[in-house]
Design a protein around this ligand. Structure first.
Ligand SMILES: Cc1cc2nc3c(=O)[nH]c(=O)nc-3n(C[C@H](O)[C@H](O)[C@H](O)COP(=O)(O)OP(=O)(O)OC[C@H]3O[C@@H](n4cnc5c(N)ncnc54)[C@H](O)[C@@H]3O)c2cc1C
Ligand code: FES
Length: 264
């Protein structure tokens, strides 16, 4: 585990905070020093005002960070009290965030083609990676899924950044392939020679994607979600069982070599 954590507390100001899909918001904050330091796959831990009883920050990945503008773009699903309060923050509101947190994506050196597979609110960190890889000249194919069309995010952004194959799936068939992301992922892995697979989303989905990558002999990373109390290695609430023992997701992850993960 890296020690000490590179995370620092930064003031932020909300630039915008708008719904982009059913129950999903896009938050843009101004926090220049953190925006310049973030690497794809890392996260920030946000203090959301409005509940004096709630001491914990909300850990969130980011979809984009603009070092020149000093902004961080976060896509989040409203699931409970913290994210509900976050959805009420408006342009000009201020608070603090802790970041950059954790270890981000690590595509292998010389990677020429990557397959990125995300489900639900796992899309933002994968989209961020896709943008970085595409800018570095890596051929990128993406598979994004959601429960239903109204909750599907990231397709347009993946097309804009120049992904080759952009496959979308929904559990109920209201957009794209009717079924799970693992179906197109399996097809693409059979049809193309990939150097890297990256995945983020529900744990069973990541486990299956990691299994497909293993069968195809391709290095795979997964961004895992755990409850996080501190976000900087002090509390042990975020443990991930790996073949090398327990590892804290906030410092050794959230991105892990999928072949080492025992429980996704
Ligand atoms: C590294 C990391 C990156 C994340 N990135 C994103 C992101 O980009 N977008 C996004 O929408 N969400 C993301 N999450 C999940 C997000 O942190 C939780 O949805 C959020 O903390 C819920 O807070 P709440 O107060 O609204 O809900 P609560 O009322 O605390 O809980 C509502 C539900 O969410 C679960 N939950 C609460 N906290 C967490 C947590 N830290 N991790 C997992 N489940 C939790 C609870 O078990 C419960 O089922 C990320 C989590 C981690 C650990
Ligand atoms: S969240 Fe406290 S150690 Fe990881």
């Amino acid at each position: 585990m890296p020690n000490p954590s590179p995370a620092r507390v930064h003031d932020f100001t909300v630039v915008s905070n708008e719904p982009i899909a059913d129950g999903i918001f896009k938050l843009v904050v101004s926090a220049p020093a953190c925006a310049a330091a973030l690497k794809p796959g890392q996260f920030v831990n946000i203090a959301v005002p409005g509940n004096a009883m709630s001491l914990l920050r909300v850990p969130l990945s980011f979809a984009a960070a603009d070092a020149q503008a000093g902004t961080i773009e976060i896509w989040y699903a409203v699931v409970g009290d913290g994210t509900e309060r976050l959805s009420h923050m408006a342009a000009g509101d201020t608070s603090t965030l802790l970041g950059p947190g954790g270890r981000g994506w690590g595509a292998p050196a010389g990677c020429a083609r990557a397959l990125l597979v995300a489900g639900g609110i796992g899309v933002p960190p994968v989209l961020c990676l896709a943008r970085e890889l595409a800018a570095a000249g890596v051929a990128v194919d993406v598979v994004f899924g959601a429960a239903t069309a109204a909750k599907l995010v990231g397709e347009a952004e993946a097309r804009v950044l120049g992904a080759g194959e952009v496959r979308v799936c929904t559990d109920d068939g209201t957009a794209g392939h009717h079924g799970f992301v693992t179906d197109p992922a399996r097809e693409l892995l059979a049809a193309n020679a990939y150097d890297y697979v990256a995945t983020c989303g529900p744990a069973p989905m990541m486990e299956r994607v990691a299994g497909l990558a293993k069968e195809a002999g391709v290095f795979c990373e997964a961004s895992l979600e755990r409850m996080m109390s501190c976000g900087f290695g002090a509390c042990n609430t975020c443990n991930v069982q790996t073949v090398d023992g327990m590892k804290g997701a906030c410092m050794c992850g959230p991105v892990f070599d999928a072949s080492k993960v025992v429980v996704f």
